[in-house]
Design a binder for this molecule. Sequence first.
Ligand code: ZN
Ligand code: MN
Length: 490
Amino acid sequence: MKQGWEAVIGMEIHAQLATATKIFCSCAVETGGEPNSNTCPVCLGLPGALPVLNEHVVELGAKAALALGLQIQETSIFARKNYFYPDLPKGYQISQYDKPFSANGKLRIMTAERDDHGHATEWKPMEIHIQRMHLEEDAGKNVHEGLPDVDKFSYVDLNRAGTPLGEIVTSPDFRTSWQAYDYVNHVRRALQWVGASDADMEKGNLRCEANVSVRRVGETTFNNKVELKNLNSVRFMQKAIEFEIERQIAAHEAGEPVNQETRLWDEKNNQTRVMRSKEDAHDYRYFPEPDLQPLRVTTEFVEKIKARMPEMPDAMRSRFIETYQLGYADASQLVGDKSLAEYFETVARITANPKLAANWILGEFTRELNSSGKPVSQSLTSAEDLAELIVQVESGKINNNQAKEVFAEMFATGKPAAKVIEEKGFEQISDSSAIEKIVDEVIAANDANLAAYRGGNEKLFGFFVGQVMKASQGKANPKVVNDILRAKLR
Ligand code: ZN
Ligand code: MN
């Protein structure tokens, strides 16, 4: 960022809560279904239909709130947010206004400056103030492509109407695009971690908006802000914010106006462009939803959810560093994904060698997952299987290169280590009498070299090792070979 300027960024995230049914009716939450197939009088907004709050939404909302350091409010009120839009059949969205489900969150995240290649340099903690997370229903979708005569007609699909959302709003705490980036990633992982949301931006079940303005360092008032929308990935979001910061600084310095407006990220041209200029601030004419009771959450309910909360990633990372003596980078990578972290703990426990377990998981295992595009849950190789392989390597039954080959086969087929080792004929010969026999044969066949070795040419030791390994087709345990050769050549 240009010297003398700072950015002021606030984030709004809409996260779809991972319930099986909608927030105020029992229609299924599904993606990819026949348009308008998951609808009923409630989510179609037919006159006289009454909403009934889905209890699972409250549970997942509570998990999300706790995972983000928010305080769950004893009483929250659903409110009607009135606006007209074709994908909103009631003419209002049931949301929450002055009494949100949860508020006043303090969230500690880790954030890093990045070099020119986007690589994190030093990670530092940062505290974010989350003003609120309220519960609301999603709208449907207007469809403008892939259907007949889209130039003549607009289509509306209400399958998404009534899907539960948590809207998470921060104070304007961020000063750089990377802080916002690290925050969104933190929130995404936290929501996935506790099972509150799939938080997949590509699928649209996590959507974020950034409010961006800039000011000269030292100023305490805010300049006009721009709202960035339709950000399809965290990386695009970061780029959009970065672009916006530079654009606004340049405008201010040139004495040009920075308009209060909504802008989109134009992926092709790597720039933001105007979506709509801000008309007068919307008046949504909020009022309490008369068809729903105030939502009261008891202390017992919150305590019950708290008791079921898993250890969160940052706590787990600290524990991995302490208990298993892992480095910060390795531990961070492992807790990047809950299933990976659990996989690691199982392997570490069985092998009693956490360092080696981490190496295998962050090395071969991650490589195979990435190249096959599989999540950990779909790996055919269980943590127990990998642990068994590592134990085989450690006991010297097979060497490292063989183990890598064995693992590739295990990952592809789901076979256990012992089976693949046997099939590949990798079983090492550690039986000393068998190796002794081979050593005797090799020595007998190499009189001249034997004499030279005994005459002082110690380099020939390697020659004998090589011959024995060759004669055993690479299966002899190198340590045993060494021991026996040393004794016999003397
Ligand atoms: Zn419905
Ligand atoms: Mn909203």
